[in-house]
Design a protein around this ligand. Structure first.
Ligand code: ADP
Ligand code: MG
Length: 350
């Protein structure tokens, strides 16, 4: 039981830098997500954690022990980690049951009992006697998860572990996985490009941008207090526009917003998430003076997406609002908008 610590890790493939100066820790029992777009270095960090790559600078510690440094990497098999990597295949000549039992050290009877329980958690009991090639990608992925979790390692490393699953199955499997991790107090580092998945699973999210850390924090921190427009917009579609600071305020279509810490005359970037725009069919408290015209209404089930313009045509400020539930707004009708000042983010222009 010990903490994993990435300390100032820098890595490159040949001459090509992949990640730079990465520091973060994973406490025992914590689930930490590495979140970012494709190519930002997530899988590389996971491979470093597994001992499949060595850093060019920095080191990784497990408790007090250095397990990776520029001239040393403790072998993966000696790290006591469970791996679920995209191309980390199941054993083709073993049945699903034997794959799942593979890392277990007890008697056959004990092993079977543990394996059957975990297989039931991941809905793969019916495949016990099948071979991996008889299974779909999503089924194999669940077998890989079961195999990694079964020996109750200190740490599991998960690279996009739900990517092959359709939405509903994915929700069920990740719920199960989180439950098992918590129950067995297993730490996890999970790679994902899906912000909702990261928020659902994690105690801590490391947001990565082109090989660098953009922000680290709890799901609530990174969602509510993004440090850059990159982080703000990575958690869902948002309205973005630039504006000038005058007398400490930014003038926007939603009215004047206080711009503390910015200089007069400075151009800033304003970001408002779609879900933070409130839509009213008549002026209400705190709504903007200008009315907006509804250009489109999309009924999505649990929410409604509305496209808006501050002009009758689509050449003005074009905003998107996502409101809860099904709320049809007639195309061409006038609406009024508000947003809480806490939900309007102002950033320096990069
Ligand atoms: P992610 O998992 O976030 O998509 P990766 O860690 O796979 O990102 O890749 C980070 C960067 O390193 C990318 O620019 C990618 O093209 C490069 N890269 C990844 N694997 C290799 C490799 N085996 N050889 C050379 N470059 C690589
Ligand atoms: Mg990857």
């Amino acid at each position: 039981m010990s903490e994993i610590q990435f300390d100032n890790i820098t890595h490159s493939y040949e001459e090509l830098p992949s990640v730079s100066n990465i520091s973060f820790s994973v406490k025992q029992g914590e689930v930490v997500s590495l979140l970012g777009p494709s190519g930002c270095g997530k899988s590389t960090l996971l491979r470093l954690a597994a001992g499949l790559e060595k850093p060019q600078k920095g080191h990784i510690k497990q408790g007090d022990k250095v397990i990776s440094s520029p001239d040393y990497a403790l072998d993966s098999s000696k790290r006591g980690v469970g791996l679920v990597f995209q191309n980390y295949a199941l054993f083709p000549h073993l049945t699903v049951l034997d794959n799942v039992c593979y890392g277990l050290k007890g008697s056959r009877k004990q092993n079977l009992s543990i394996a059957r329980e975990v297989m039931s958690d991941f809905d793969i009991s019916q495949f016990a006697n099948s071979y991996p090639h008889e299974l779909s990608g999503g089924q194999q992925q669940r077998v890989a998860l079961a195999r990694a979790i079964c020996p109750a390692p200190n740490l599991v490393l998960l690279d996009e572990p739900f990517s092959g699953l359709d939405t509903r199955l994915r929700d069920r499997v990740r719920d199960k996985l989180l439950h098992v991790l918590r129950e067995k107090k297993i730490s996890a580092i999970m790679v994902t490009h899906d912000s909702e998945e990261a928020m659902f699973m994690s105690d801590k999210i490391v947001v990565l941008e082109r090989g660098n850390i953009a922000q680290i924090g709890s799901p609530l921190d990174v969602y509510r207090a993004p440090k850059s427009s990159f982080v703000a917009t990575f958690f869902g579609e948002a309205n973005q526009f630039s504006a000038k600071v005058e007398k400490g305020m930014v003038n926007t279509v939603l009215g004047d917003i206080q711009a503390d810490g910015f200089e007069d005359g400075q151009t800033v970037e304003v970001v408002i998430r779609n879900e933070n725009l409130n839509v009213f069919d008549a002026p209400a408290q705190d709504t903007s003076d200008v009315s907006f015209t509804v250009l489109e209404t999309h009924l999505l089930g649990s929410s409604t997406l509305i496209h808006l313009s501050d002009r009758d045509d689509d050449r003005g400020y074009h905003l998107h609002a996502r409101i809860p539930g099904l709320n049809y707004f007639e195309i061409g009708s006038k609406v009024y908008l508000s947003a809480s000042p806490n939900d309007i983010y102002i950033f320096n222009v990069a």
